[in-house]
Design a protein around this ligand. Structure first.
Ligand code: 3PG
Length: 305
């Protein structure tokens, strides 16, 4: 059977080699579409039984064009790019690969913070992370890695996650907090790790951001949709001490840069999971999951039950 890997943002070549090997050892054929458009994906998927994507959009149009499709694996954590209802309607199993790229994203949080705090290495005097407070908004796989690294920097770490027990956070030397208001009021740095869902879209709004203490920094390596962009603009205007860095560029990025200069900082393209290690981990996991699903219906990480 044919398995399509369609990634607008390509995996590292070493990961593609590994994916190919897993697919071929499973008795299948790899079809590779890198840096393609949605039209390229649609053209390539028509006779494929499996599909591996990253943040690439997989919607009704794609499913309708793929009558043989049995399984889609999002090589990564967030699956807001996949229309789950359409997948279910077409009898397609959708899985993600939780945890496989989370260290890469967590490391970038600190890369971005240090770059911001050292004034982008322009020779002027910056500030440090040691002894500062960090609030982690959602304590999933990325959040846990962020906490581990933050401890290395000597930060005091707290987290909000209604799905995680207090004792599990305390076991990782993380102070549990129980409301967003508390999280944003008590931490100079807040790192966002919530998924984009109907409940979270635009939920990080003025009422929250303006709670940040003096010299507060919000770092977003999650999804641009969770920020209320007008609110962000308003708070940055009202509070000249607050800064915002994001690996998920807001739609109003140009306006923010023009208005607030060095107080905001965005990667040109989402880079969090873009390491050879994360590509290998997530890409190989995705390939194994597709092959196992086609073999005997493996569905451990199914998200459209
Ligand atoms: C994820 O949800 O796994 C991350 O946001 C990474 O996304 P990417 O594979 O598009 O880089």
């Amino acid at each position: 059977m044919k398995i399509l890997v369609a990634t607008e943002k390509p995996f590292a070549p070493v990961a593609v080699e590994g994916i190919k090997k897993v697919i071929e050892e499973g008795g299948h054929e790899l079809v590779l579409v890198e840096k393609g458009t949605k039209a390229d994906m649609i053209a390539a998927v028509k006779d494929c039984a499996g599909l591996i994507v990253r943040s690439d959009k997989v919607d009704e149009e794609v499913f309708a064009a793929a009558p043989q499709l049995k399984v889609v694996v999002r090589a990564g954590a967030g699956y807001d790019n996949i229309d789950l209802a359409a997948a279910t309607a077409h009898g397609v199993c959708v899985m993600n690969t939780p945890g496989q790229n989370s260290n890469a994203v967590a490391e970038l949080v600190f890369g971005m913070l240090v770059t911001l705090l050292r004034n982008r290495y322009n020779g002027t005097s910056g500030t440090e992370l040691l002894g500062k407070t960090l609030g982690i908004h959602a304590f999933g796989q990325v959040g846990r890695n962020v906490a581990r690294i933050a401890h290395g920097f000597g930060m005091t770490v707290s987290a909000l996650d209604p799905w995680v027990k207090d004792e599990d956070m305390l076991a990782e030397n993380v102070q549990p907090v129980h409301s967003v208001e508390e999280l944003y009021s008590q931490n100079q740095f807040v790192s966002l790790h919530i998924p984009a869902t109907d409940q979270t879209r635009r939920s990080v709004n003025r009422a929250l951001i303006e709670r940040l203490p003096k010299n507060g920094v919000l770092v977003n390596t999650a999804r641009k949709e969770v920020i209320d962009e007008e609110s962000l603009m308003d708070v940055l205007e009202a509070r000249p001490d607050i800064r915002y860095v994001a690996d998920v560029k807001p739609d109003n990025a140009d306006a923010l840069v023009e208005k607030f200069g060095d107080r905001v900082f965005f990667t040109p393209k989402k880079m969090g999971a873009q390491t050879a290690e994360a590509n290998i981990n997530a890409g190989l996991a995705a390939a194994r999951q597709v092959v196992a699903n086609l073999k005997d219906g493996f569905n451990r990480f199914q998200v459209n039950r």
